[in-house]
Ligand binder design. Structure first.
Ligand code: USQ
Length: 382
């Protein structure tokens, strides 16, 4: 298949590009380097230096013999995006091209405005580009489990059957996000669902939980193929942060009581899930929604897992609660359904002691490069 990956320079975009390329697909990546520029602007570097997309694609071709086409520009720029669609003629488009950080969206008005404009406009442009060029193109959109929030009932997979005053309907599961970023993802879902209904587009919305991990098979230990790995309070996800904190000798920053529970997955499983979604496309006028995670953990569970694995690699890990900078429940019910991707064949990579220890070992080799000053949370929700 011909797969267009929007946001192909990001934490998940580049590994997805190599994964789909290695499986024999023709891949084109598009990115405007937002994440790179934002990391420079906010002075929060990745632990690994990553070559730019052209350099990565050249290197990938040397080691794999496969070509990845690169186009630099913004998905929020409609004429540019339309040109890419006309030129590449994708069968499927994977849409990661969004500002992905909850804390970034809460930094201030300019970051909030950028998040809102970029995320909604990019999604609108993808819907239009598909309609204008070939409405049979399957859109695989990265959504987030955070759209649902933490309701006091089981979370269904996208839709819920409701009986109300004697009548029944199947509606989108209620959403209530915990950050502006997560709110834009709700709006993305609404936008796409609208165009699915009125234009008959084919969309799969992947409601993904926080991702952890450093390596994928395609990297094969080759540093020039590594993905961006943030551990700062803005772009680092919690388990990746805890791994780096453990190595740096900084007490693990559990926000508040640490009972916040989410559905997590290994970066390798993100690639599997996107591959499965592409292989099982939505029909014309259908929106498929999958809850994309493999296991649920509380923040305390994750901190304890890192502390345990630390013993295996000779590190004494301290855990310390810090005042929660976010507005979120710290003790709550959480039971989301997640059978859809398993039914398609997802083979989960579970969070074993061994996996945590391997992540610790890889970061230990970079210990001297860790910036301790970017670890503590500074971005307050209110
Ligand atoms: N947390 C801590 N300590 C830290 C960092 C985070 O206790 O040092 C807590 C947060 O308060 C939160 C949980 O860990 O309760 C997860 O935080 P996170 O920063 O790993 O994840 P989040 O901000 O929710 O966002 C990440 C990705 C985002 C994706 C989302 C999936 O950045 O792109 O959409 O995970 S989900 O969380 O299911 O909405």
């Amino acid at each position: 298949m011909r797969v267009l990956i929007l946001g192909g320079d990001g934490y998940l975009g580049w590994p997805t590009a190599m994964y789909l390329s290695s499986q024999g697909n023709e891949v084109c990546v598009v990115d405007n380097y937002f994440r790179r520029f934002a990391c420079v602007e906010k002075d929060v570097p990745s632990l690994f230096d990553t070559p730019n997309l052209f350099e990565r694609a050249r290197h990938w071709q040397e080691v794999s013999g496969k070509e990845i086409m690169v186009r630099i520009g913004s998905v929020a720029d409609y004429p540019f995006l339309l040109d890419v669609f006309h030129e590449f003629k994708p069968d499927a488009v994977v849409h990661y091209a969004e500002q992905p950080s909850a804390p970034y969206s809460m930094l201030g008005h300019s970051e909030a405005r950028f998040t809102l404009e970029n995320n909604l406009l990019s999604t609108l442009n993808v819907a239009y580009a598909v309609k204008e060029t070939d409405p049979s193109i399957h859109i695989v959109k990265l959504g987030t489990m955070g759209e649902y929030g933490t309701p006091n009932i089981d979370i269904e997979e996208g839709f819920i059957d409701i009986e109300h005053k004697g009548r029944k309907d199947r509606l989108l599961f209620p959403r209530q996000a915990g950050s502006l970023y997560h709110t834009t993802k709700i709006q993305d879902t609404d936008l796409l669902y609208f165009y699915v209904r009125v234009w008959g587009l084919r969309v799969t919305d992947l409601m993904q939980g926080p991702v952890y991990g450093i390596f994928t098979e395609e990297m094969g230990g080759d540093e020039d193929l590594f993905t961006v790995f943030n551990y700062d309070e803005i772009f680092g996800t919690v388990l990746n942060r805890f791994i780096v904190q453990a190595v740096a000798g900084v007490p693990l920053t559990v926000y508040g009581k640490g009972g916040q529970t989410r559905g997590y997955l290994n970066i390798k499983d993100t690639l599997q899930c996107v591959g499965l979604a592409i292989a099982h496309p939505a029909r014309k006028g259908e929106m498929k929604i999958y809850n994309q995670f493999t296991e649920t953990f509380s923040v305390n569970d994750l901190a304890n897992a890192v502390q345990r694995a630390g013993k295996d690699v000779g590190i004494d890990v301290e855990i310390k609660s810090v005042p929660n900078p976010r507005v979120e429940l710290e003790d709550h019910y959480y039971n989301p359904v997640h059978t859809g991707l398993l039914d398609l064949g997802l083979e989960p990579t579970l969070l074993t002691n061994n996996i945590v220890a391997k992540m610790l070992e890889s970061v230990i080799r970079r210990k001297d490069e860790i910036r301790r000053d970017i670890i503590q949370p500074k971005t307050q929700w209110n």
